[in-house]
Design a protein around this ligand. Structure first.
Ligand code: URP
Ligand code: ZN
Ligand code: ZN
Length: 463
């Protein structure tokens, strides 16, 4: 159905103005002041956005939905994850395909694609995980890129599981350079992590709070430095996922200064929660175990500053949803067995707005740029990341006057499949009132409007 959004304040990465937006089918076709509804086709739905922002649909460039990891599986499926994403204003997700080392890449791609297609309510694409690089795998990576998956993911962590060695890293980057695809990378020195984990456990330091000292900032900064050396030698374009500390950002930024094509991501948890959360009593701290770990609280203002200065390009979530009762507790006797990850796909936009924009840490343009536009630009998401004639009609009508709280699972503000929210009780100063994906209203008045099992989402073409 055609859609006319009137009286809104259009906010993009670069512009701020008042106008009406008309969407015919899946595309924005007119942006003008005072569009007369009578000039629109019969049956046009008119939505009054007075007092609200009109943002481009937000993009989360780093999520895990189907994730076999640390001896278990993440809880969400695409139905729950995409619904939660949309309620939180995110209209496109980029998921990491994480095959085991002995899995064939093409089979993994088909598996991950099959989980999303016909299930997802929001649009989606993937970063192809390279967990093994040999001749057979290389041929499949070339075919996967031809299928439109124009980014890879490597782990310089998780020794013996997902991590690649230096030979594999070198050849992955060479292939990426040849094919013109971006390589996203989890950067930590896996040997240092493994050694420090053993030392801590041997000393009886088994609680969640010892996750951070097992992989301190130097371990992450070293991983980033390592990636940058390889990127410099191969000329590949790289994207450092979930930088958690000033030390890691500085390593990437100094490589950029010497000409390395590198982009830097921060994820929501590293902006709003710190290491003290893992010290909560009664094993509650396990809810906050992720990698790289939550850092000392002195790091948070530095990360906001890197974001405000645009050294950090994007804000993602690294949504990795594991239950507390049945999964996080696998690490009761050893923090190394706590499945890593903090569920947050639903909360990114609202917490970034509440803790970033309303406090003045970032302005509205930075907010849109980091949560939408840069991800579209870096990963070549055709039609996404802007409000413009010809763009996909992915629109978030955002209510800055909304006041509410993130609830416990099963209540109004928790639609992820996990049995806990890391942010339960946190205040929200704004929310997505109406959300469209390619012209279809998926959220209305803050409620999901897509219907049960609505599989409107599709694989985003990449350019
Ligand atoms: O803790 C995390 N980050 N879990 C998901 C896997 C990864 O490293 O991205
Ligand atoms: Zn990671
Ligand atoms: Zn991740």
């Amino acid at each position: 159905m055609p859609l006319l959004i009137t009286n809104g304040r259009i906010l993009t990465a670069t512009d701020d103005y008042s106008a009406d937006v008309f969407c015919a089918g899946e595309t924005i076709t007119r942006i003008e002041k005072g569009i007369d509804p009578k000039s629109c086709p019969p049956g046009t739905e008119v939505i009054d956005a007075s007092g609200k922002y009109v943002f481009p649909g937000f993009i989360d460039p780093h999520v895990h939905v189907y994730l076999p990891f640390m001896g278990t599986y993440a809880k969400d499926d695409w139905e729950s994850a995409s619904r939660a994403a949309l309620l939180g204003g995110t209209t496109t997700l980029i998921e990491m395909i994480c095959p085991g080392k002995s899995d064939e890449p093409m089979a993994a791609f088909e598996t991950w694609l099959g989980k999303a297609q016909g299930k997802s309510a929001c649009d989606f694409t993937f970063h192809m995980g390279v967990t093994r690089f040999d001749d057979l795998a290389e041929k499949q990576f070339r075919d996967i890129v031809k299928r439109g998956i124009r980014s890879f993911k490597v782990f310089l962590a998780y020794k013996g599981a997902l991590g690649v060695d230096d030979r594999e890293l070198y050849h992955t980057l060479k292939l990426a350079k040849e094919l013109g695809v971006v390589v996203t990378a989890h950067c930590e020195n896996e040997t240092l992590v493994a050694e420090r984990q053993s030392e801590l456990l041997a000393a009886g330091k088994t609680a969640p709070e010892f996750h951070e000292p097992s992989r301190p900032v130097q371990v992450e900064a070293d991983g980033v430095h390592h990636l940058m050396t390889f990127a410099e030698l191969t000329g590949a374009e790289v994207y450092v996922v979930h930088t958690s500390c000033d030390e890691a950002v500085r390593e990437a930024a100094s490589a950029v200064l010497r000409g390395v094509k590198a982009h830097i991501e921060v994820v929501l948890p590293h902006l709003v929660v710190d290491h003290s959360y893992t010290q909560k009593p009664g094993f509650e701290g396990a809810k906050f175990v992720m990698s790289p770990p939550l850092r000392d609280k002195g790091q948070l203002p530095k990360m906001w500053d890197h974001l405000a200065r645009r050294t950090v390009a994007t804000v993602a979530t690294d949504h990795a949803p594991f239950d507390f009762e049945s999964q996080k507790t696998m690490g009761k006797d050893a923090f190394t067995k706590i499945p890593n990850g903090i569920p947050s796909v639903e909360n990114r936009v609202d917490l970034l707005y509440t803790h970033g924009v309303t406090t003045g840490k970032i302005d509205l343009h930075t907010f849109v740029d980091a949560a939408s536009t840069q991800a579209a630009r870096i990963f070549g998401l055709k039609g996404k990341g802007s409000i413009a004639v010809g763009a996909d009609a992915d629109i978030v009508i955002y209510d800055p006057t909304y006041r509410g709280k993130i609830s416990a699972p099963g209540k109004s503000h928790h639609h992820m499949a996990t049995d806990y929210s890391a942010f339960e009780g946190w205040e929200l100063k704004g929310r997505s009132d109406t959300v469209t994906v390619r012209g279809k209203v998926m959220v209305r008045g803050g409620k999901f409007a897509g219907g049960g099992g609505d599989a409107h989402g599709r694989l985003v073409p990449r350019v």
